[in-house]
Design a protein around this ligand. Structure first.
Ligand code: ZN
Ligand code: ZN
Length: 363
């Protein structure tokens, strides 16, 4: 049951400290973290119920029995057949519930099915008890994150020779995904952001049918999953010759990325990493065009605790993994973002990405 037994024990400790009587998880990164199981989310109710004291239990449709048995682990399992909702199991598992921490990713239709059993319970978000534990990655998790980062690192050098006038944002997004999947990734960790020219000034741009033109900045933000763990990186290149202004903006963002890494030291509050990166951009006169926080935690989810944002005084501790992704976005014109993943280790900050960061002009 390793490492799941240890993780469940750590979660139960958090639950006791916060008087949470039950943790209720659906198919999600939380469920995978605590069981290694990743059933496909659909309209069928699938749960892991962990009491503050005692044994966890799985409630799954009968069709997942083989998956659970093959995974081993000796789980207490309640299965149910299509058309026979697991009312009795729910009654039993949720008896005596006073405060339930509920998976943020549990579908509303399933929470509604559970509500009759939670009438007298206080409901809180599962991240209150799971987030703190998941945030601190062990060395094995760091290795998986590194592998996911390596798969992402290979993308930009592979895509660049395939860029040509007329290729669309959607086609580049497909190339990005293909590169990572052919190298063995299970899939993408989020829909790739590909923006040409004005699209590059839109931080979460949806890749469109717009064709690439000479002289455009190209933002590519993407990541994949390796054994459940995510990568996430952004590179900005220029298709053709960069104007002096483009080059200047690029150098400011690169300096901000480096300042963020330089500030990431053990014990430093997260908000200071944000402040260090932001200062570079503000001092250069572009503060109003850096319109998002500097970073987010990364692990089994692409965005998870903790956040590199003003107001987050949490000190950087060993095992924390997060993005540093400053950007400047000039509406309707162009944008630049440079994102890498940082991991806190006993030796200091470790940048998981090795893809070069200097401005590339594709001739
Ligand atoms: Zn990203
Ligand atoms: Zn990111």
């Amino acid at each position: 049951m390793q490492p799941y037994g240890m993780r469940i024990a750590a979660i139960q400790k958090q639950m006791m400290a916060q008087q949470v009587s039950h943790l209720i998880l659906g198919p999600s990164a939380n469920l995978f973290y605590l069981t290694g199981l990743s059933p496909m989310p659909d309209e069928r109710l699938q749960l892991l119920v962990i009491p503050a004291q005692g044994e966890p239990a799985l409630v799954l449709p009968e069709l997942y029995r083989t998956m659970v048995e093959e995974a081993g682990g000796g789980w207490t399992l309640y299965t149910w057949g299509d058309g026979q909702p697991p009312e009795q199991a729910l009654q039993k598992l949720l008896a005596g519930v006073t405060k339930a921490a509920v998976d943020e990713q549990l579908w509303a239709m399933h929470l509604l099915q559970l509500l009759p059993f939670l009438q007298s319970a206080q409901l809180v978000e599962a991240s209150q008890v799971v987030g703190e534990v998941r945030m601190h990655k062990d060395s094995q998790e760091l290795q998986l994150l590194k592998k996911a980062a390596e798969l992402a690192d290979a993308v930009v050098p592979w895509v660049i020779p395939q860029l040509h006038e007329g290729i669309t944002e959607k086609q580049v997004a497909f190339l990005i995904e293909r590169c990572m999947r052919e190298a063995g990734a299970e899939g993408i960790s989020f829909r790739p952001v590909v923006g040409f020219g004005p699209g590059s000034a839109d931080p979460h741009h949806t890749a469109s049918d717009l064709p690439l033109q000479k002289g455009q900045m190209v933002v590519m933000d993407f990541g994949c999953k390796w054994k459940g763990y995510c990568s996430d990186m952004t590179r900005t290149i220029c298709f053709g010759k960069a104007t002096p202004e483009m080059r200047q903006v690029y150098e400011i963002v690169l300096a901000a990325n480096r300042a963020g890494f330089a500030a990431a030291k053990a014990g430093t509050p997260c908000e200071q990493v944000d402040a260090a990166a932001r200062k570079v951009i503000t001092d250069a006169g572009y503060g109003e065009y850096f319109i998002h926080r500097t970073g987010h935690g990364l692990g089994l989810d692409d965005h998870e605790e903790t956040y590199i944002v003003a107001g987050n005084r949490r000190p950087l501790e060993e095992g924390l993994v997060f993005s540093i992704e400053p950007g400047i976005y000039l509406p309707g014109r162009f944008g630049v973002r440079i994102e890498d993943i940082a991991a806190m280790t006993p030796e200091g900050v470790w940048c998981l990405n090795e893809c070069p960061r200097e401005l590339i002009e594709v001739e």
